[in-house]
Design a protein around this ligand. Structure first.
Ligand SMILES: [Zn+2]
Ligand SMILES: [Zn+2]
Length: 314
């Protein structure tokens, strides 16, 4: 299966500011030496040698992740502002998926604000969109926040065939895959999802404050967290912040690394980035996480930073 990241920011969309772009250009110009512009090859080499926080960005959209199963089934987790980019990409590629499976981690704004912008599918009567959540009555949450005065278009105007599926069992078959859920600590609760296909599993756990219970080696945890190929985990905070913001519902990147190592998960993607952190800070967090992971003896965890447009195939 392939995981694509369309929105990776926590809490609020975070566009790049004109002043940030200006200071990047200034930083690049300052680095240029005469030898860097003697040929097209030299220019390319110069660009390739620049730090990623000058040439790229983790992105500013809120949570939306696509999981494309090997059998073509399209699973989406959360409808933050990133889902608009997924819709635009489907349109650009002229891809006509007939059935979308959209799972919600929870119903905070940053996880559903993009829903009415999931165009074209949500306004295409030929498309079916099945929404899933373990929360009883979640259809009312979605409909309620899309009524005037909060939003001018109600869900009745969304002409796709919308279905609402309350997850009452721990697992459900979707296409050739299986999706399981587990409640995580977050104000009001949040659900992580584990998607398994062809013997490989990804866990997506945003808006999660990891607790000691998540590390316990009981049967339930071992069945859920054991034997996982890829973990996408909330790592919004630095260690200092996690202490200061205890009970706010997010994890530190170091705890996310500890967790991946504890469960023998080979690859960790840091997710739900703090909106006040710029790209330089985000890449320094990646570096610190890798440094930290390298000091956990014998438990090599590969760490990536979730960035928009990134694809990971497992
Ligand atoms: Zn969030
Ligand atoms: Zn939340």
């Amino acid at each position: 299966m392939t995981v694509r990241f369309w929105g990776v920011r926590g809490s609020i969309p975070t566009p790049l500011l004109p002043s940030q772009i200006h200071s990047r250009i200034a930083a690049v110009v300052q680095r240029i030496g005469p030898a860097d512009i003697v040929s097209p090859e030299a220019r390319e080499a110069f660009l390739a040698g620049l730090p990623p926080y000058l040439t790229g960005t983790v992105g500013g959209n809120t949570t939306c992740v696509e999981v494309r199963l090997d059998d073509g089934t399209l699973i989406i987790i959360d409808a933050g502002s990133g889902i608009a980019a997924l819709g635009a990409s489907l349109k650009r590629r002229r891809e006509h998926v007939r059935h979308y499976h959209l799972f919600f981690s929870h119903f905070h704004w940053d996880h559903l604000q993009g829903l009415p912008f999931f165009s074209p599918p949500i306004f295409d009567p030929r498309c079916r969109i099945t929404f899933y959540s373990p929360v009883e009555g979640f259809e009312d949450f979605l409909r309620g926040q899309m009524e005037p005065p909060y939003f001018p278009i109600t869900m009745d105007a969304m002409t796709a065939d919308l279905r609402f599926h309350v997850l009452t069992k721990p697992g459900i078959e979707v296409g050739a895959g299986r999706v399981e859920s587990r409640r995580m600590k977050h104000p009001g609760g949040s659900y992580s999802y584990k998607i398994t296909e062809n013997g490989k599993s990804v866990i997506f756990s945003t808006d999660t404050e990891l607790t000691e219970e998540d590390f316990q080696r009981n049967e339930e945890n071992t069945s859920y967290f054991g034997n996982v190929t890829l973990l996408i985990m909330d790592s919004q905070y630095t260690l200092d912040e996690a202490v200061e913001k205890y009970e706010w519902g997010h994890s530190s990147y170091s705890l996310a690394v500890d967790f991946a190592a504890a469960w023998g998960i080979p690859t960790l993607v840091l997710f739900h980035h703090e909106p006040s952190y710029d790209d330089k800070k985000m890449f320094s967090i990646l570096k610190s996480s890798r440094w930290y992971a390298s000091h956990l003896e014998g438990k090599g965890v590969e760490i990536m930073l979730a960035t928009e447009d990134m694809e990971v195939t497992i």
